[in-house]
Design a protein around this ligand. Structure first.
Ligand code: PGA
Length: 235
């Protein structure tokens, strides 16, 4: 089973989001997941309730309830019957100063509410250029899973920061090498993310250790995203 996930980030108005969501293809064989902005997630979940498409949010806080203005929590997501949460996306790390420690707390809380979690990891360009990418990703993975003993609902997305939104995807062989490395630390599903499109999806999915794709820009284009869903059917 391949996992094809669309991360819509902070894009689309409600009507645009609905229009996109209802046009997404389903699969009997692979898992399709959409991460709309959280304010639209419940509506989209209801609209797609008869379709085999999972819905998630792009972030949760590590506390359950209380005076945390602007945040949403794992029990809230669970109470909306949403399926997934992304944790530790590089944009959260960069713009919202999420540390490895915060990410670990968020994962623990989300898993304790039986949410499926996709942990995002990945090195920056300067870290890769200075050949620290394995070390950085290992630190991110190990600190994120510290103190967790049940990994049933956890997946990882390897998203090199230099490949996100840049149009420059990692070479499939390089991504494969990192996925192999991650799976030797902990053997979970590992998705690749970073400038995936309908033209490079096949070569990425062909790699032995690439179990799926986490897609930003191309998930906002229905033709492109549906094409990638079709491509994944070939595996
Ligand atoms: P991108 O984003 O496909 O636009 O590079 C991927 C992501 O950030 O998950």
């Amino acid at each position: 089973m391949k996992v094809i996930a669309g991360n819509w980030k902070m894009n689309l108005t409600l009507n645009e989001a609905i229009d996109l969501a209802i046009s997404i293809k389903t699969s009997n064989k692979n898992e399709i997941i959409l991460f709309p902005p959280s304010i639209y997630a419940l509506k989209i979940k209801e609209l797609l309730k008869d379709k085999n498409i999972k819905i998630g949010v792009q972030n949760v806080f590590y506390e359950e309830f209380g005076a945390f203005t602007g945040e949403i929590s794992a029990p809230m997501v669970k109470s909306c019957n949403l399926d997934y949460v992304l944790i530790g996306h590089s944009e959260r790390r960069k713009f919202f100063y999420e540390t490895d420690e915060v990410i670990n707390k968020k994962i623990k809380k989300a898993l304790s509410f039986n949410l499926n979690v996709i942990l995002c990891v990945g090195e920056t360009l300067s870290e890769r250029e200075s050949k620290k990418h394995f070390e950085v990703v290992k630190r991110q993975v190990l600190s994120a899973i510290e103190g967790i003993d049940n990994f049933k609902n956890l997946k990882i997305a390897y998203e090199p920061v230099w490949a996100i939104g840049t149009g420059v995807n990692a070479k499939p062989e390089d991504a494969n090498e990192m996925h192999h490395f991650i799976k030797e630390i902990i053997n979970l599903y590992v998705l690749y993310g970073g400038s995936v499109n309908e033209n490079n999806a096949y070569s990425l999915l062909s790699q032995h250790y690439i179990d799926g794709l986490l897609i930003g820009n191309s998930s906002l284009k229905k033709e492109a995203f549906n094409k990638i869903i079709d491509i994944a059917e070939l595996f």
